[in-house]
Structure formats: C-alpha cells, structure tokens
Design a protein around this ligand. Sequence first.
Ligand SMILES: [Zn+2]
Ligand SMILES: [Zn+2]
Length: 213
Amino acid sequence: MLQRNYSLMRDLDKSLLGVRQQNEQRCEQEIEDIRRGIESGSITPDASLIRFSDEALDEQKHCIRIADEKVTLAIQAYDMVDAHIQQLDQYMRKLEELRQERELAAGADNAAGVSNTDANTRSGRATESGRGGRKKSRLAAEPPGVELELPVDPNEPTYCICNQVSFGKMVACDNANCKIEWFHFDCVGLKEQPKGKWYCPNCVGMQKRRKGK
Ligand SMILES: [Zn+2]
Ligand SMILES: [Zn+2]
C-alpha cells in the first residue's frame, strides 16, 4: 500500500516535471512573441492586453492540481507510517511486558546461572594471568538472556537533551544553529506549543550572551 503510494507520487513527480517544463517553454516563447510584437509596433504595450495564452494558464492550473494530489498522497503516506509506528510501539510494549514476566519466572534459574558463569570467568582470568594468556571458557561467560534485549532502532534519529527518538509533542528551537533542534515537551517543561520564539536550554544562554555584548 505504502509502496503503491510512493510509486504514485514518483509518477506524479515525473508528469509534473514534464508539464512544468513545457509550460516554462511556452511562457518564454509567448513573452518573446509579445516583446517582438511591441518592438515592431504591432502590439501596443497595454498591460491589460499582455497576458499568457489560455493554454499556458491551463497548464499552470494543471501543475497546481498535480501538486495538490502529491500533497494528498504525502499526507496519506505520513498517516500510514504513523499508524504503523503506533502499532510497532504497541508490540514493543507487549514484548517488554512479556520479557519482564519471563525474567521474573526465570529469576531463580538465572540466579544460579549467573553465579556459575561468575565462577567461570574468575577461573578463566586466573589461568590467563597464571599461564600467560591461554584463552579458555570465554564463550561460557556470555551472560544469559542478552538476545532478549530490545535495542532501539539504531537508524532512528535521536533528538532532545535526553537523546531519545522523537515521540509525543515536540518543539523546535528557534536558533537556526541549534545542534539539537527538536525537543520533547516534557523534557523542556512545556505543556503546550509556545507562542512566538522559543529557544532550547542550550540556546537560551547563547542568545542572552549575544545580547549582552
Ligand atoms: Zn527528551
Ligand atoms: Zn537550541
């Protein structure tokens, strides 16, 4: 569905480019014609008479229609991605709950396992230092349950002073050179979108310093 949406957008992009180029050429041609007409005196330079042909105007309207369609598609795509993310978030929460349950259930087993691996690493280190670094029982020292960790998508960009991915309401810093740019409402103590300019905690100081000079 999303793929179809994207390919539709690409197609629209292509046809829009074509129509726009055609329109630009036509307009240039018409401007050129009018200029020549004025120079030769066959057209009076009356502003009300000098206008683009209906074809050119229609083409421009067509361009706008295509652009509008693209915007609609983009909004659709955005909503789809948003819904998908919300679904994923729900899955993540469920998985996290499941993980915690499982950890609780395996609590006793794990305690025994951990002390075992502890002993393993210690004895491993002892042989290493004692006999000049013979590597032994390293793999056995892997802590159990590592693969159950759910890492945040490393490709998802992080924002805010908390360096987390974007969620909930976000506010943008009005300093064009802000290193972070976007902040969670909660992290900067906001309840609603601030009116007028807003600077993040990092940039508020810089702004004052600049004024002070
Ligand atoms: Zn934050
Ligand atoms: Zn800032």
